[in-house]
Design a protein around this ligand. Structure first.
Ligand SMILES: [Zn+2]
Length: 588
């Protein structure tokens, strides 16, 4: 196989030779600081639109990565960056580039097609991928400067102009490694509310007052200049009202939100948004200089030097955006799950459920998080010393602010009351009445028996997950209230071998210093397989019968093999089983 160095030997001369052989006119080439540039003129037979000047730049990773082709004299509506004039000859993914094509091959294959498509009306004659070209991606934004919006409401039928309220947190402009994260709280038009941020996003800004007020406007088309001041000026001339200055991070600022039609996906139009913060720069004049010039000090102080304009990217943060990448989980918004046990497997499972968008999570655990847990727990060091249930509740909201979450720091099976009125079974029954599914991740057989019996009474599905000793394997079992087999049946099946036990590896438990009990050893990434499988079972069960919901594989029990009897690792392997009623089970 040729190394990258071998593939690049004599590269530039070879590319130029290939281009000339293929009938292109090469007017110059240079190699500067690792980037090779070739100036090419493609004649009408190559372009279909007459002679065209091209600047081809080969990255240091060429030919494994494709060249950049700029047509500086061309201005197409599609398939070309409107500001730097790159041609879109390939879809973005590198799988569309074949390094053996070389520059000449790429131009022969793609140039004429791209030019024909780029000059055609939108949506017509496009030869390419199922991919939209949102105009807003071409602007150059201040790194780290973002304003959160919710597509679900901001893209629907908002037009005209009006007042805007913003939260701003962070410096303007942010130094490297920091950020300004804004949030559009509301937009009004003639006093009527046309957009309001979801309460989940507003809640992230706590009790802080709204820091900024500005103006918004929807233009007929995007500003075709990659310049924050030009965008600001276009907005100001389309909006009759002036903006008012406010003070943020020690700066005197004004704010505008600018919307414009753009393509969001292939053939699907929406509204693109950008935000401009204008920073007033006061001219600093020393008193001495003022006196020396004999001018009026007040007048001079009011003089401004050139104002700064900062372009912030709109960052879409609606609930829809957070499920867009996994549409099979959409229905989870209305679901509530009780998770008993926020240890290693329970916490990682909880994190999966939060990411999948389960609407409400009730979390129970009796322990506090210790740094030693973190090798396999989904919590973070900043929550060390916090009750695991409370730490995980915070983690859930960190991941998905649209979740509702309750935390309970309680043991199960202790001979005491939860509060003055209730026993723990009262509490469990109340919980099971309000949730759609119960998860038992306590790794305590006694608790499994109790909670599976209570879940059956409550007529709710119950899912247990556990790892076998030494993490040789794991178990995920789901018992539905109308199923024939119960959890006791499942245990009888394992005793009699109709459902196998997951492999157990003989290893000693370890007792970390200061802990009351020994614990098992094993890695977080092995345990995570059990948590992920439980998430699949739970999400499939919650969405059973919904259109397009995440599918189930039809099994009640899943047994994982990670090690064989000698403890040698195996490729992870799951087997599925039905839990039939067992003749020996006394519970029927
Ligand atoms: Zn049974």
């Amino acid at each position: 196989m040729l190394s990258l160095r071998e593939r690049r030997a004599g590269l530039l001369e070879y590319e130029v030779w290939l281009l000339r052989e293929a009938g292109y006119r090469v007017t110059g080439h240079s190699q500067d600081s690792g980037l090779a540039v070739i100036d090419v003129i493609a004649a009408d037979e190559k372009t279909g639109i007459g002679d065209l000047r091209l600047e081809v730049t080969l990255p240091a990773s060429y030919p494994l990565m494709p060249p950049r082709v700029v047509a500086p004299d061309l201005d197409m509506r599609h398939h070309q960056n409107p500001f730097v004039h790159d041609l879109c000859l390939l879809e973005r993914s590198t799988e569309n580039w074949d390094w053996q094509w070389r520059v000449a091959g790429l131009l022969d294959k793609q140039l004429k097609k791209a030019l024909a498509a780029g000059t055609a009306a939108a949506g017509q004659g496009l030869h390419e991928a199922d991919q939209g070209e949102p105009f807003s991606v071409y602007y150059t934004y201040v790194p780290g400067m973002h304003v959160l919006i919710d597509s679900a409401t901001i893209d629907v039928g908002i037009s005209g102009h009006g007042d805007m309220e913003l939260y701003l947190v962070g410096p303007v402009p942010p130094p490297r490694g920091e950020r300004l994260l804004g949030l559009v709280k509301s937009m009004r038009s003639d006093g009527a509310l046309v957009y309001e941020a979801p309460p989940a996003l507003t809640a992230m800004y706590g009790d802080q007052p709204v820091t900024a007020r500005g103006r918004w406007v929807v233009l007929d088309e995007p500003v075709r200049e990659n310049d924050a001041k030009a965008i600001w000026d276009a907005a100001r001339s389309a909006d009759p009202q002036p903006t008012r200055a406010f003070i943020h991070s020690g700066r005197r600022l004004e704010a505008r939100g600018i919307g414009f039609p753009e393509e969001h996906a292939r053939g699907r139009d929406g509204t693109g948004w950008v935000f401009v913060l204008k920073e007033e720069m006061q001219q600093t004049q020393t008193k001495r200089k003022t006196r020396a010039k004999g001018g009026d000090p007040r007048k001079l102080a009011a003089q401004k030097s050139s104002d700064q304009y900062h372009l912030a990217r709109a960052m879409r943060a609606g609930r829809d955006e957070m499920t867009f990448r996994a549409p099979e989980t959409l229905g989870l918004v209305d679901q509530k799950v009780l998770v008993l046990g926020c240890g290693a497997i329970g916490s990682v499972l909880t994190e999966h459920l939060a990411r999948a968008g389960v609407g409400e999570l009730h979390l129970l655990d009796m322990d506090e998080l210790e740094p030693g847990n973190l090798s396999r727990h989904a919590g973070s060091f900043q929550h060390a010393g916090v009750a695991k249930s409370i730490g995980m509740a915070k983690r859930v909201l960190d991941i998905n602010p649209y979740s509702r979450v309750q935390a309970f720091n309680l043991p199960i099976g202790a001979p005491r009351l939860v509060d003055e009125q209730r026993t723990e079974t009262d509490w469990l029954r109340e919980q099971m009445d309000v949730v759609n599914l119960i998860v038992d991740a306590t790794a305590e057989i006694g608790v499994h028996e109790l909670t599976s019996a209570l879940a059956l009474e409550a007529r709710k599905p119950w899912v247990m997950l556990s790892a076998s000793p030494g993490i040789g394997g794991g178990t995920v079992v789901r018992i539905d209230p109308d199923a024939r087999g119960c959890f006791a049946c499942f245990q009888w099946h394992q005793r009699h071998g109709t459902i196998p036990m997951p492999p157990a590896v003989e290893i000693a438990l370890v007792q970390p210093a200061g802990c009351a009990q020994p614990t098992f050893t094993g890695t977080g990434f092995d345990l995570a397989l059990v948590s992920a499988q439980a998430a699949r079972v739970i999400v499939g069960r919650l969405l059973r019968g919904t259109d397009g919901g995440y599918p189930e594989d039809g099994y009640d029990a899943h047994i994982l093999t990670l090690r064989d009897k000698d403890g040698s690792p195996q490729p992870p392997h799951w087997d599925g089983f039905h839990v039939a009623r067992h003749p020996k089970c006394a519970a029927h």
